[in-house]
Design a protein around this ligand. Structure first.
Ligand code: PEP
Ligand code: MG
Length: 582
């Protein structure tokens, strides 16, 4: 008798980006787009008619792009799109899809995705580079067809993601949001780093995730069992029965620790020896306010306002902004809300903006807003109008020096004066602050502090720009090291400049919600830490179990540490003594 077949276990390592352990069948995301619904008992002929319509629409898209490219570049580039048009007529692919629809009676999106994925895999595994290049064409053009299918009938049925682990080359923040509603239990991506926006979203959702996993897409097929260890940055494909057994014990330890931590989630933010600290939430919009309440967070320290622009992929009207902002302030129930003005650019791109060769250094954030008052003014007006309903602070992203801060403040004052002449005034004075995330701002922090009501340190970008390491590139992820002495010294300089000017400094980058970093940041002089609501329980528990003298001793040890490795060890030891080994 033949033994039961079990595909062999494969272990892949990546970057632990959201804690916890999850397991489930893989859901391999094709092209990094919204999840595809799986609906049963459909009428195959009606589904095939929908496919015909989507293919016609995709063909029209490709022809349009081809003609534009031919006009701007030349015919050789345009021929790439002729190859894509041939994919849309490929008999083998279309027969395969129709066969799947008729035999399974599932919806066309689902069957089309399965076939397309099969063909991409086939071409990717071939020897010849030209044939492998064809896989990219198939991926691109079939993605277009899927976009039309999904657009034509939004995913209103049961999504097929429930209980599954999402596996993708990379995820956009909106993919991540869709995944939540689909009941995804874990994320794994081949690209990305701990502070890329999809990783931040995964942490916000409290879903275990590992990013930057080399070889992932080649190792996982749809429906493979995948175990995601978001504590150690490990992904195990088709785990053996022994591995599953050992993980059951590990999951129990993690759950017990979690219960202990959650037992203090509703308690005060005060250290063992009575020193108060402030914990606030990083949010992307009103839908995050439920988490803010459930994790007992008192106020918003970073409202990433660009999310609305990215979701609609356009410029929202002042009214639309006002409605959304008022809703957040209403839900904050009198706690302060810190708005970060529009931070587009880098990996947060709007379709209407021109592509750039180096977007992380490009026309972005406050630079874009100052150059486009027609974009900045409606946002500032909407925030000031919403500030009639509760306490508000505003901070400007990517401030590089004093002049930029003065220009941003002038734009604010102009909007404020305009509204005052209409009889609209904020309920409380609006505090204006700078995000400190560009090294030049650190260098002039003392002068800058005199122009600000507060600083908020964006460590995600600060580390990236200080060390010249792309925060989303897995190839340099090991160099993205907040323990680098340059980062520690910069943080000290920022907090000391803020203290000298008598203004508060907070940290809203991911280090603020990292249990290894939170004690050090307080010790170095931060008065507020802002983080994903799901990070609050660990940080609150940890800080509540600290005393001020031991925090000061921690800062002294780190400042005296000769290198990043020693700093890492000091931080880890400290947290392990408080929370137990992780
Ligand atoms: C940061 O850079 O640390 C930050 C909070 O902003 P974002 O991650 O949105 O760039
Ligand atoms: Mg930033």
């Amino acid at each position: 008798m033949q033994a039961e077949s079990h595909r062999s276990e494969v272990r892949l390592t990546g970057i632990a980006s959201s804690a916890g352990v999850a397991r489930g069948p893989a859901y391999v995301l094709f092209r990094g787009m919204a999840l595809v619904p799986c609906l049963e008992n459909q009428d195959p002929e009606a589904e095939i008619r929908r496919l015909d319509a989507a293919i016609s629409a995709a063909r029209a898209d490709v022809i349009k792009v081809r003609d534009e490219v031919a006009a701007r570049l030349n015919d050789a580039e345009a021929q790439i799109f002729d190859a894509q048009l041939l994919v849309l007529e490929d008999v083998a692919l279309l027969d395969d899809v129709m066969g799947r629809v008729r035999s399974s009676r599932r919806n066309i999106e689902y069957c089309f995705k399965e076939s397309a994925q099969h063909y991409v895999g086939l071409f990717e595994s071939m020897e010849s580079e030209i044939t492998r290049g064809r896989a990219a064409d198939i991926r691109d053009v079939t993605g277009r067809v899927l976009d039309h299918l999904l657009g034509a009938r939004p995913a209103n049925g049961a999504l097929s993601g429930g209980g599954r682990v999402l596996v993708a080359r990379d995820l956009t923040p909106s993919d991540t949001v869709h995944a939540e509603s689909a009941g995804i239990v874990g994320f794994v991506t081949e690209e990305g780093g701990r502070t890329s926006h999809s990783a931040i979203m995964a942490r916000a959702l409290g879903i275990p995730s590992v990013v930057g996993v080399t070889g992932l897409m080649a190792a996982v097929a749809d429906a493979d069992l995948v175990l995601v260890d978001g504590e150690d940055g490990l992904v195990i494909v088709n785990p053996s029965p022994q591995t599953l057994e050992s993980y059951r014990a590990r999951e129990l330890v993690i759950r017990t620790r979690r219960d202990r931590i959650m037992s203090e989630v509703g308690l005060e933010d005060v250290t063992l020896d009575g020193v108060r600290f402030e914990l606030r939430a990083n949010i992307g919009g009103p839908s995050d306010m439920e988490d803010v309440r459930s994790f007992h967070v008192r106020g918003v320290g970073l409202y990433r306002t660009e999310n609305l622009y990215l979701t609609i992929d356009d410029w929202p009207s002042e009214e639309q902004l006002y409605r959304e902002y008022s809703e957040v302030i209403r839900q904050a129930g009198g706690s302060p809300v810190t708005f970060r003005t529009l931070d587009l650019g880098g990996d947060k791109r709007l379709g209407v903006l021109e592509p750039e060769d180096n977007p992380f250094m490009g026309f972005r954030a406050v630079r874009l807003c100052l150059a486009h008052p027609e974009v900045f003014r409606p946002q500032l007006r909407a925030i000031i109008r919403a500030a009639q309903h509760g306490p508000v602070s505003i901070m400007f992203p990517m401030i590089s020096g004093v002049e930029e801060m003065l220009a941003a403040k002038a734009a604010y004052r102009e909007a404020e004066a305009g509204l005052a002449s209409e009889g609209v005034r904020p309920a409380h004075r609006v505090r204006l602050g700078a995000m400190i995330e560009i090294p030049s701002a650190v260098a002039v922090a003392e002068r800058l502090a005199r122009e600000c009501d507060f600083f908020s340190v964006g460590t995600n970008d600060l580390v990236q720009y200080l060390l010249a390491v792309d925060r989303g590139n897995r190839k340099v992820a090991s160099l993205y090291d907040p323990c680098h002495p340059a980062v520690v010294q910069s943080l000290r300089a920022i907090f000391s400049a803020a203290g000298g000017a008598g203004i508060p400094a907070s940290v809203c980058g991911e280090l603020g919600g990292d249990p290894e970093w939170a004690p050090l940041l307080l010790a170095l002089g931060a008065v507020e830490l802002s983080m994903s609501p799901s990070a609050i329980p660990d940080v609150r528990f940890l800080l509540r179990h600290c005393q001020r003298p031991e925090l000061d001793a921690l800062a002294q040890r780190v400042l005296a540490s000769p290198d990043a490795a020693r700093t890492r060890a000091v931080l880890r030891d400290f947290v392990n003594t408080k929370l137990g080994p992780r």
